[in-house]
Design a protein around this ligand. Structure first.
Ligand SMILES: [Cu+2]
Length: 202
């Protein structure tokens, strides 16, 4: 269609109607200039309103979740420490793997609120469990109390094992920085936590 229009313009619109005449000038046309200014201003304001409103809801942290998880990312795996009722369990540490099922496994209860605290001291990583529909970069040097380190989600109601990965190119074995999240029933989670906190041997 574009080519057809170009050909049409070449054939039918080559003759000058008058010599050296300028096309109609629209400078200092107040209504048009106001339109140029106001329309983008309104568009940006509307986008800003919805973005601010939704990101505020999505990043809200209640402060009293059912489970707290400290996520420590390193080149190239993860260390998860789960805290329930103020008591921290034994950390789960992983190694680079090519199948997420072999990576470190984070066990969480279904239908529960979970607060994640993201930490790293080497390079930028990104914590991503597609199933949670939430992804956040883990940046070295962010202080403990910075809200950018924490986010809270509600886990799904269905048990299962879900893939997780690092979503920020962080070095040679980035693609093997895989882990899994296992969602279990509330009862299974209680017994998992009991055995995880009681036993001292791995
Ligand atoms: Cu990484």
């Amino acid at each position: 269609m574009v080519i057809a229009l170009i050909v049409w313009a070449c054939i039918f619109h080559t003759k000058r109607k008058a010599k050296a005449e300028l096309p109609p000038q629209v400078r200092y046309n107040l209504p048009i200039e106001m339109l140029y200014t106001l329309v983008p201003l309104v568009m940006v304001s509307v986008f800003f309103f919805f973005t601010a409103r939704d990101s505020d809801t999505l990043t809200k942290v209640s402060g009293n979740p059912d489970v707290k998880v400290k996520v420590e990312a390193f080149q190239w795996s993860w260390r998860f420490t789960t805290t329930v009722d103020g008591k921290a369990g034994k950390p789960v540490v992983g190694m680079p793997v090519s199948d997420y099922q072999q990576g470190p496994q984070l066990v969480l209860p279904v239908n529960s609120t979970v607060e994640f605290d993201l930490f790293t001291d080497d390079v930028i990583h990104s914590f991503w469990v597609p199933n949670m529909i939430f992804k956040r970069d883990i940046i070295p040097g962010i202080p403990d109390d910075n809200p950018g380190r924490k986010f809270e989600i509600k886990t799904l109601g269905e048990t299962g094992v879900y893939a997780g990965r690092c979503a920020e190119l962080c070095g040679a074995d980035h693609s093997r920085m895989l882990f899994s999240v296992k969602l279990v029933s509330q009862d299974d989670f209680k017994s998992y936590i009991a055995s995880n906190q009681a036993g001292s041997a791995q």
